[in-house]
Design a protein around this ligand. Structure first.
Ligand SMILES: *Cc1c(COP(=O)(O)O)cnc(C)c1O
Length: 405
């Protein structure tokens, strides 16, 4: 095989003036000497060197190439760069799952004696990290009602390092005023970490609202076709240098280059998919509200959402998830879910396939009924992730299920 042994040509960073859709297709692409059209998948643990001197220089950081795939990998780096460009962040680091991203984003900057203040309505595993895990290592945590700005202000202590939130929340789609919480964090000398999974990077820009670190489970909309787990942490370069880089290198929650490649290719169609899913979610939410037996519909894009104003200010649309409450509690919710033909029962979200979840018996079953009530998760509540099917087919499916109520 004859290939000129020239070093890989790194495409210059795309100007952020390009539209997000364009950044999603071209951002971060680095071509090998073969000049492939599609981004290459570098399934390699390590890298070889022409001589011992080059190896030494690489390890010393004098030569900027790759050293080991636990540290970085060309395919993973392309995915990270594309995410950073999409988000308008200085830096991104990919991880094996969304939880690896959340865990690393928190642990890399915490020490015993620190305090974390967080909104109570969090993804189940995030809540476990805060409530059960961090206290084992002397990190104090407080959970509050994220919608109550006075509770954020009152909850800050001299040793508060991090404020942490998710908006919209899972599964009740409550919103938290990110800009207001960012201000409280910065006044207190703390950082704001935002889990932006439900909003997607296209519909909400936490950095513009003042967040310091943004995390994603890319298992959701970024893959979008239910194939791989993945996560990403976005931040300033300074945060990576001061906290994240060493933590990730030494503890090893790295993403497989194969999964990073899937995510990278998923990004190319992200805007198209999210736009379509959101348009269908709006139609589905309106249709659900008119169905007999559906007691309540929660969708941030509807005028009857309690925080419709904040949704308009902070998000570009209502998102791709719709939550609703059916009559007859758990029995009604189970009958509804079991009657669906097209929409499948599953706890994933952001997928091409529409998926329905009963949070009280799945993602939130470990909480006591009282805690669930406090979180607004009633037994009749169902969370629907709207996929890429035709909206009319989804509405017909939901209408059939409502008849079974
Ligand atoms: C799914 C999810 C996570 C965890 O992501 P994994 O990829 O499953 O580890 C964290 N936060 C939110 C909001 C999620 O939806």
């Amino acid at each position: 095989m004859s290939v000129a042994p020239k070093p890989p040509r790194f495409v210059p960073r795309d100007p952020l003036t390009l539209h997000p859709e364009t950044r999603l297709v071209h951002g971060g692409t680095t071509r090998s000497p073969f000049g492939e059209t599609s981004e290459a998948l570098f399934l390699t643990q390590g890298f070889v060197y022409d001589d011992a001197e080059s190896c030494e220089a690489r390890f010393k950081g004098e030569d900027p190439g790759f050293v080991y795939s636990r540290y970085s990998n060309p395919t993973t780096a392309m995915f990270e760069e594309r995410m950073a460009l999409l988000e308008g962040a200085e830096a991104a680091r990919a991880t094996a799952s969304g939880m690896a991203a959340v865990n690393a984003a928190l642990l890399c900057q915490l020490s015993a004696g620190d305090h974390v203040l967080a909104a109570r309505a969090l993804f189940g595993s995030c809540r476990w990290i805060l409530e059960d895990f961090l206290p084992r290592f002397g990190v104090e945590t407080t959970l509050i009602d994220g919608g109550d700005l006075d509770a954020w202000k009152a909850g800050v202590k001299p040793n508060t390092k991090i404020l942490f939130l998710e908006s919209p929340t899972n599964p009740t789609l409550d919103l938290i005023d990110i800009a207001a919480v960012a201000e409280i964090a910065h006044t207190a000398g703390a950082r704001l970490v935002v889990d932006n999974v439900f909003a997607t990077p296209l519909l909400q820009h936490p950095f513009e609202l003042g967040a310091d670190v943004v995390v994603y489970s890319t298992t959701k909309h970024v893959d979008g076709q239910g194939r791989c787990l993945g996560g990403v942490i976005l931040s300033s370069k300074q945060f990576v240098t001061d906290h994240l880089q060493t933590f990730l290198r030494q503890t090893g929650p790295s993403i497989s280059p194969f999964n990073a490649w899937i995510m990278l290719k998923g990004l190319e169609t992200l805007a198209l998919r999210v736009e379509r899913m959101q348009a269908s979610a709006g139609k589905v939410a309106d249709a659900l509200a008119a169905l007999p037996g559906v007691e309540k519909v929660i969708y941030p894009g509807r005028a009857d959402h309690p925080q419709a104003e904040l949704a308009k200010r902070q998000m570009k649309g209502g998102g791709t998830l719709v939550t609703f409450v059916v009559k007859d509690g758990k029995a009604g919710a189970f009958r509804f879910a079991n009657t669906l033909r097209l929409i499948r029962i599953s706890n994933n979200l952001g997928d091409a396939k529409s998926l329905i979840t009963h949070p009280a018996t799945t993602t939130h079953q470990r909480f006591t009924p009282e805690t669930r009530a406090e979180m607004g998760i009633s037994d009749g509540l169902l969370r629907l992730s709207v996929g890429l099917e035709h909206a009319d087919d989804l509405i017909a499916d939901l209408t059939g299920a409502a008849e079974a109520l």
